[in-house]
Design a protein around this ligand. Structure first.
Ligand code: ZN
Length: 319
């Protein structure tokens, strides 16, 4: 007699390794989230971080009847870079500095005894929004050919998805537009803003939350938090309204330059600043004056998946 076995509930497992939390997400065969668990990130402790990830992976696979050898996707801050003398792939550019210089993918593969796919958090965000979020909603029959996913938060990052796959790039920096300079001349902006990366006037120094504060301070001589600026703008304060209008112009110009290079099918905006509707409303009409085309109809929309996008995107890495 043939034994009937229940199919596994879980199909794809992803882990979002963030600075404050680690979240594991399991997608079922339909691509829907069927399991998730979130725990705090151990601070400045690499080995403990690996152990916490291993426990989450083990729980997820057990609870959803996945094979223990099933691959795992990991979304991280930063990216892998190859050490040319040792040929080892090591983490770089992580704000969680305990990861920098560590062979994270290799260590996890050894610990978990399965294949590990790794991408940075902006790439995971872009992939999640393409396949589970706005891309799925706006292109229900066929995923959009190319998507530019943007994070406007305490920093500014981005990721590119082409035909449902993350574009890594030859140096693993595809989509990292946040450290391109903003064309300040084009917007009549005076002064220089130093960026932590060593350059000046990076897009991040304008479009991040802290960047909005700097814009206000440079114009009016005193600092307000992004929340205070938004509140004042909503109360009709003329200074705050003008700074928010400037922000929209800066965002529109920065995005239009991406459009002129890769002309994506969809642009999805995530991160804290994207949740303020006034900053992104009618952004496509503002972008039109900067895009090198008489026709511009690309959807530019706020993200749908919230802060679970990282884990969902990491899970899609394994499919
Ligand atoms: Zn920079």
């Amino acid at each position: 007699m043939l034994e009937k076995t229940m199919p596994a509930k879980g199909a794809n497992l992803g882990v979002d390794l963030g600075g404050t939390k680690i979240e594991a997400v399991v997608l079922d065969t339909q691509g829907e989230v069927c399991w998730r668990k979130r725990v705090p990130t151990p601070q400045q402790n690499y080995d403990l971080t690996l152990a916490v990830i291993a426990q989450l992976v083990s729980d997820a696979k057990r609870d959803t009847d996945m094979a223990s050898s099933a691959p795992v996707g990991i979304g991280t801050p930063g990216a892998l870079t190859q050490n040319l003398s040792t040929k080892q792939w090591l983490m770089k550019n992580c704000n969680s500095t305990a990861l920098n210089g560590r062979p994270l993918r290799e260590d996890l593969a050894a610990l978990l005894q399965c294949s590990v796919f790794l991408a940075n958090d902006a790439n995971c965000f872009a992939l999640a929004e393409t396949l589970s979020g706005q891309g799925k909603q706006l292109f229900p029959d066929d995923p959009p050919e190319t998507v530019f996913g943007v994070i406007l938060g305490t920093g500014v990052g981005g990721g590119i998805v082409v035909r449902g796959k993350v574009l890594q790039g030859a140096n693993a920096i595809a989509g990292e537009w946040g450290h391109n300079p903003l064309s300040t001349q084009c917007l009549n902006i005076d002064g220089e803003r130093p960026c932590y990366c060593g350059r000046v006037n990076c897009i991040e120094t304008f479009l991040s939350g802290p960047g909005l504060t700097v814009s206000y301070q440079m114009e009016f001589g005193y600092a307000l938090s992004p929340e205070q600026i938004i509140q004042a703008m909503r109360q009709g304060d003329a200074n705050a309204v003008s700074i928010c209008n400037q922000y929209r112009q800066q965002l529109a110009l920065s995005l239009a330059q991406v459009v002129n290079v890769m002309d994506p099918s969809l642009i999805v905006l995530g991160g804290g600043m994207s949740t303020i509707p006034e900053l992104i409303q009618e952004i496509t009409s503002v972008m039109k004056s900067y895009v090198f085309s008489d026709r511009f109809a690309t959807p530019v929309v706020a993200a749908q998946l919230g802060d679970s996008a990282g884990g969902i995107g990491a899970a899609w890495l394994t499919r």
